[in-house]
Design a protein around this ligand. Structure first.
Ligand SMILES: [Zn+2]
Ligand SMILES: [Zn+2]
Length: 136
């Protein structure tokens, strides 16, 4: 068994932990994940519900997702960070949004999904300047 996977929201009011190895690691490019996160796609770690615990207040909303089944997305009511999903059709799993990990270097995508909905904004563009940090 690996070290616990820990993470938190931007303001720190909500923290989570998952013990045990993830079931999968992926990047989801569906339009729902794009809109929910404001980004080109969401890095996701799938873990067992029985391995997962969190501290702090969360707020959530439910919407029918790309699977055609309702999915609940959970976020911090103080800072708005999107933290994890709880799919209704698979109550045995939690989908942690990997950008909230304390150690994002542990994330290692095994596959990407909803490539049909992927946007050009996510495509690597070697002809434009690449900045390691914020552009000057
Ligand atoms: Zn927060
Ligand atoms: Zn998605």
């Amino acid at each position: 068994m690996s070290n616990p996977w820990t993470g938190r929201c931007l303001c720190g009011a909500m923290q989570y932990e998952s013990r045990g190895d993830p079931l999968a690691q992926l990047i989801c490019h569906c339009r729902d994940c794009q809109r929910a996160s404001g980004s080109a796609g969401l890095p996701v770690i799938v873990v067992r519900t029985t391995d997962f615990a969190f501290k702090g207040e969360i707020r959530s909303y439910t919407r029918t997702g790309g699977s055609g089944m309702p999915t609940t997305r959970n976020f911090c009511p103080h800072c708005g960070s999107l933290l994890f999903g709880t799919p209704h059709h698979a109550p045995e799993i939690v989908t942690i949004y990997a950008g909230t990990l304390d150690d994002p270097s542990r994330f290692n995508a095994e596959f990407a999904q909803f490539m049909s909905e992927r946007h050009q904004l996510d495509v690597h563009q070697p002809e434009i300047p690449q900045h390691l940090r914020r552009a000057p």
